[in-house]
Design a protein around this ligand. Structure first.
Ligand code: FAD
Length: 495
């Protein structure tokens, strides 16, 4: 598609997606003769949400050779060990989705199968008792995992909650120090080459023209380049994920920050609680056919722990994805490429993997049709896998009112139907290609929603196995007792 290697990359948009892309490219292109320019408009601003992450973010920080402590202090970050789901399985019923595993393999099968077999034989301790990550979270504690420890008992990972504006500022500074040129201005025209449909240049309101070889669309939901100009379209998934609105509000902190995100089911959706060091991010994600914006606003404000620091901000969205995130010489990264509601905090991770695909498939800095097609294929799979995982939360819910009954009854993608069927039959987790969530994540959902496998081999030794399990539980208890509180751990971090 391009015979010559690219020389100029232009990023449009300076939100989380734009500055993550700029920072990554600055690092990746160190010593390479390719100029990176980022255009952003203060007039338009950023979406201003997106503060909870998944563990992959740690790799991003590491790749950019950013010190974790400096990053935490610069972004007022806290640690995240997973997500507490309140009332999803029914009013008053809560469960935890940890970034960690359950127990150690026994009887040559995954631990959760042994646990279910033990439960059927009368064992009473919950599966969560065998997860160090969950136990630390419940105790409000945090410890750096020992990644060298080979024991499955000690295996867990973590992510962060951070201030999105501070994160973008930090990355901007990082990128500019490494040669990225920032241009302030609103793009008002994009010129396509009439011969091949490639983007030739952008025009700003000031009259400035910016030309480039590769354009990265980080303009957020409007998708100015990839859709408004190039018309790649959008695949709408709202029949599976009918939430279409969010109200976001910041509050002051009234307790020590939890080392986890909280997601509480509400009338027609769910409310997030993301604790940072200096404040809390809150929001209500809901389906507007089932609740008015005014009612949602009232429900959100009635369920805040602290005092609001901002006016609730309404954000409208349609769940889905672009059929192609990479089209000719334009790559969409961030909200311009698609959106899956923030239930599992996956958007920033999709920014990261979008950047990885763009750079990974830009072999020798040439835009090649086959490489672009493969990047698009993998991107679709990744989106679909996350989509299925998020739908699962709704499909298995145990609540009773019109919204929740609707999502429980709705038809679901075949790929998800097959996963549920495999688990129901014998406790198997059928992971597919490009899966973002590992076996333990799926196990935590099925367990949390109270779904037991229908047929399992009984315990090989009904007397000895529960004793081994008790030993695991007690080792986890000791590990939890040794850890510092999350607040103490944060205080101990120096630059
Ligand atoms: P934006 O932040 O909207 O940035 C767009 C940029 O484009 C801005 O700089 C704007 O000025 C610029 N721009 C637009 N048009 C022009 C123009 N014509 N000329 C020049 N510049 C232009 N993700 C997570 O991972 N975790 C979460 O917890 C999470 N929570 C979310 C909650 C909600 C309710 C929503 C809607 C999203 C959430 N996300 C979350 C997603 C996350 O917010 C985004 O993925 C992330 O902020 C990236 O946004 P962006 O940079 O693509 O877009």
């Amino acid at each position: 598609m391009t015979a010559e290697p690219i020389k100029k990359i232009v990023i449009v948009g300076g939100g989380t997606a734009g500055w993550m892309t700029a920072a990554y490219l600055a690092h990746w292109l160190d010593g390479v003769d390719i100029q990176v320019t980022l255009v952003e408009s203060d007039q338009i601003g950023t979406i201003g949400v997106g503060e909870a992450t998944v563990p992959g973010i740690r790799q991003f920080i590491k790749t950019l050779e950013i010190s974790e402590s400096e990053f935490i202090n610069a972004t007022n970050a806290t640690f995240k060990l997973g997500i507490e789901f309140e009332h999803w399985a029914g009013e008053g019923k809560n469960f935890f989705h940890p970034f960690g595993g359950y127990g150690a393999r026994l009887e040559d099968r995954s631990f959760h199968k042994t646990w279910w077999a033990a439960r059927q034989a009368g064992y009473t301790d919950g599966l969560e008792e065998f997860c160090l990550c969950t136990q630390l979270a419940k105790a409000g504690k945090f410890a750096q995992p020992s990644f060298e420890d080979k024991s499955r008992l000690a295996w867990y990972n973590y992510a962060y909650h951070f201030d999105a504006s501070a994160f973008a500022r930090y990355l901007r500074n990082y990128a500019e120090r490494r040669g990225v040129i920032r241009t302030e201005g609103k793009v008002n025209h994009i010129q396509l080459d009439t011969a091949n449909g490639f983007i030739q240049h952008l025009s700003l309101e000031s009259g400035q023209i910016i030309d480039g070889d590769l354009f990265v669309d980080c303009t957020g939901i409007p998708a100015l380049l990839i859709n408004k100009t190039m018309g790649v379209g959008y695949e709408d998934w709202s029949h599976w994920l009918p939430c279409d609105s969010a109200l976001a509000v910041q509050t002051n902190s009234v307790t020590e920050p939890d080392p986890y995100t909280r997601s509480s089911a509400r009338t027609a959706g769910w409310q997030w609680h993301i604790p940072l060091q200096h404040r809390v991010g809150n929001g209500y994600v809901y389906s507007s056919p089932f609740i008015s914006h005014e009612q949602a606003r009232a429900e959100l404000l009635a369920n805040l722990a602290g005092e609001p620091l901002t006016e609730p901000k309404l954000i409208r969205f349609t769940t889905g994805m672009r059929p192609d995130f990479w089209h000719k010489n334009c790559v969409a990264i961030g909200l311009s490429s698609g959106f899956l509601e923030p239930l599992e905090s996956t958007s920033i991770s999709l920014i990261q993997t979008g950047i990885a695909k763009m750079t990974g498939f830009l072999v020798n800095f040439i835009i090649d049709e086959k490489q672009v097609a493969e990047a698009n294929r993998l991107n679709r799979l990744e989106y679909e896998r996350i989509r299925d995982f998020i739908i699962l939360h709704y499909k298995l819910n145990g609540r009773s009112n019109p919204f929740w009954e609707h999502v429980r009854a709705m038809s679901i993608p075949l790929t998800l139907e097959e996963k549920i069927a495999a688990y129901k039959a014998g406790g198997d987790i059928k992971l597919l290609a490009q899966e973002s969530f590992v076996e333990e994540s799926w196990v935590s959902m099925f367990y949390g929603f109270g779904m037991a496998p229908e047929a399992l081999l009984p315990l090989s030794d009904p007397a000895a196995i529960p004793l081994v399990m008790n030993k695991m539980k007690s080792a986890i208890g000791k590990g939890t007792a040794l850890a510092a509180s999350h607040a103490e751990f944060l205080q101990s971090i120096d630059n």
